[in-house]
Every structure is written in C-alpha cells, then in structure tokens.
Write a protein that binds this ligand. Sequence first.
Ligand SMILES: CC(C)(COP(=O)(O)OP(=O)(O)OC[C@H]1O[C@@H](n2cnc3c(N)ncnc32)[C@H](O)[C@@H]1OP(=O)(O)O)[C@@H](O)C(=O)NCCC(=O)NCCS
Length: 176
Amino acid sequence: MTGAGGVAAGSSAPPLRTLRWWDVADVAALEAQVFGPTAWSAETFWSELAADGRAYWCARDADGVLLGYAGVAAAGPDADVQTVATAPAARGRGLGDALLRACEQHAERAGAAALLLEVDATNAAARRLYARHGFELLARRRDYYGSGADALVLRRRPRADDGPTTAADTAGAPAR
Ligand SMILES: CC(C)(COP(=O)(O)OP(=O)(O)OC[C@H]1O[C@@H](n2cnc3c(N)ncnc32)[C@H](O)[C@@H]1OP(=O)(O)O)[C@@H](O)C(=O)NCCC(=O)NCCS
C-alpha cells in the first residue's frame, strides 16, 4: 500500500510518498545527521518545495519515523538530482534505489533529455547506487567540497527499459 501520492518502492523498501511541508522538520534533522556541516537547512528545503519544477519524495516507517528523502529539479533539457539520502538504519533495503528511480521517472516525464548530479568522489555507496542506475562520468570538479575533495558530475540519459509511469507517481507533487 502506498497511500495518497505514493509510489511503490522496490524490494523490501517502504513506499514513497510526496514530501510535504510538514515533513520538512524531520527531513532537516535527518539531513543534518547524514551530511553534517554541509547539510541543507530547513529553510533551503522550504525554498526547494516552493521552487518551479521540483519534485520531492520521502518514506516513513509504520511508526512515522522518516527513513529517507530525495528530490529532483526538472525545468529544462537537463534535470538535476537535488539530493538523495536514507537513514543509516534504513540502508541496504532498496530505498535509495526507489528514491532515485522516482527522480528519474519525474525527469523523464518532464521531458528532460538527461539527468545530472554531483557526488563526492569518495562517496563509494552513492557512486555504486548511481552506477547501477546507469549514471556515467561527465566531469570532475577539483576541490568542489573543499581542498582535496573533488566532486564528480554524473549524467544519465533515459533508457528504453525505463517504461512509462502512472499518474499516481506524482499526485500532489510540489509544483513550480
Ligand atoms: C547513498 C545512499 C542514498 C544509498 O541508500 P540505500 O537506501 O542504502 O540504497 P539501496 O538500499 O538502494 O542500495 C544500497 C545497497 O544495498 C543493496 N540492497 C538493496 N536492497 C537490498 C535488499 N533487499 N537486500 C540486500 N541488499 C540490498 C544494494 O544492492 C546496494 O548494494 P551496494 O552498495 O553494494 O551496491 C545512502 O547510503 C545515503 O543516504 N548515504 C548518505 C547520503 C549520500 O551520500 N547521498 C548521496 C549524495 S550525492
């Protein structure tokens, strides 16, 4: 069961639903736990939800605990994965996979010819996730995250096997 605006997640991952304003406090708390000093603030997430072309999803467990979230910006030929994160205790169950797939499907539905993102070159778990989804290296940005901390710019083009998505996938998604 996915609930209103939900998206069935893969494997044993919990279902996704559209991220709403009442999720922001929990999202900001998980963001701080996951990204530390580079975390986005609650205000940044508010701005994201209000911005054109954004779509965000989250997942909670049966007790309402936030397990993960992701968002995409899709307003032109190139869409961007804005963020993907899952709670440490929720990892390895396919939630990251489902969140990233939601971003890909939204970008494709919005007509984007490519989906881009930036990832810390040392972030092995995220790089494996993106490689599984067909993201390829486009560029390397030296010292993007500080001295000696490079970012990789990855790009994914739509694949023939991505398939159509249903209207329920974006019901209630934040509009630009
Ligand atoms: C990167 C990140 C989002 C991945 O999230 P996740 O929920 O663990 O992702 P998944 O569960 O889909 O995949 C993780 C691993 O579990 C495996 N897995 C998925 N479902 C599984 C299942 N049911 N049983 C066993 N293994 C499973 C995947 O194959 C994958 O294995 P791999 O890392 O060896 O390739 C998460 O590690 C994270 O939030 N990291 C910190 C934030 C971050 O770096 N975000 C990206 C910034 S660019």
